[in-house]
Design a binder for this molecule. Structure first.
Ligand SMILES: [Zn+2]
Length: 295
């Protein structure tokens, strides 16, 4: 073989993508903790959750291979409580958006609890969103209170892109005019937003999905993973959803579930919390790791 030909072969070999390219998604808890420590000030004291609606589905949709047994999906919003104010993670939704999810089937909607979410959003100093689906964003995108909340709501560029071009339902579509009322940000891996709180970019369930890390003054840590899984069995078994109506990046979601599964064994101080896992919600409230009312 002529030397020049060998050189070309070597060059080609060097450019062949390696089989060991790494996972479709990963993150570093050390980097996340360091990010959450960037903004000075006292850390939050408590994390609270309120359930404002339910979806009644069978478990096989939430966790691939699970039995088709009844499984309640709680629709929830979270409140991070500081001594001097609150930060909301997700913003609830009005009844008309809830009806969209029922697809003609009447599912439970707790109007009084939904009002508590609206009031908590109205009081919050800052609102961040795990992703751009209606059950998480509608409270700050549609309805009479949305305009007042917009200036305190942090949307990511990816969330805005979807809400402009391909919203999950017509009620949550944004227009360029409306977008200018929000605080729109973009970031690469992690972003600090308040003392003890960091956002973690986690496209997968949706393009604008992110996880929210919260470290309390007490040292208790939480990772609010939104809809990376609908039930914590998805993390325990590293199994994705099996719901035909869900369009997500399966590979990225599975990589996230694998990462979370690893953390669940190595990080006893860190609680991984899924937005819709009703069994987990009740358990954490009972163990006083989540408050069951907003402040
Ligand atoms: Zn959801």
């Amino acid at each position: 073989m002529r030397p020049a030909f060998i050189t070309i072969l070597v060059a080609l070999a060097l450019h062949v993508p390696s089989a060991a390219q790494g996972p479709a998604w990963t993150a570093s808890l050390a980097g996340i903790r360091a990010t959450a420590a960037l903004i000075p000030g006292p850390r939050p004291l408590r994390l609270n959750v309120v359930k404002f609606a339910e979806s009644r589905r069978t478990k096989n949709f939430s966790v691939q291979g699970a039995p088709a047994e009844p499984s309640v999906q709680a629709r929830t919003a979270f409140q991070v409580a500081y001594a001097g104010g609150t930060v909301m993670v997700d913003a609830g939704m009005p009844l008309e958006v809830h009806r969209f999810f029922g697809r003609g089937v009447e599912e439970p909607y707790d109007a009084a609890a939904a009002r508590l979410v609206d009031e908590a959003v109205a009081r919050a100093r800052l609102i961040v969103l795990t992703h751009e689906h209606g059950d998480h964003v509608a409270g700050v995108v549609t309805g009479p209170d949305a305009a007042r909340a917009a200036a305190r709501t942090l949307l990511t560029r990816d969330q805005v892109r979807v809400l402009l071009a391909a919203p999950q339902m017509p009620e949550i579509r944004l227009t360029p005019d409306l977008v200018s009322q929000y605080r729109v940000v973009d970031y690469d891996l992690y972003m600090p937003v308040a003392p003890g709180i960091a956002l973690i970019k986690a496209a997968g369930h949706t393009p604008g999905s992110q996880m929210v890390y919260v470290a309390l003054e007490s040292g208790q840590e939480y990772l609010l993973v939104g809809d990376a899984t609908w039930h914590m069995d998805g993390v325990r078994q590293v199994k994705g959803k099996d719901a035909p109506w869900v369009t997500e990046d399966r590979e990225a979601v599975l990589a996230q579930l694998a990462w979370l599964n690893g953390l669940s064994t190595t990080e006893p101080r860190l609680l991984i919390v899924a937005s819709h896992d009703e069994e987990q919600r009740l358990d954490l409230i009972r163990r006083k790791l989540l408050g069951d009312r907003f402040e």
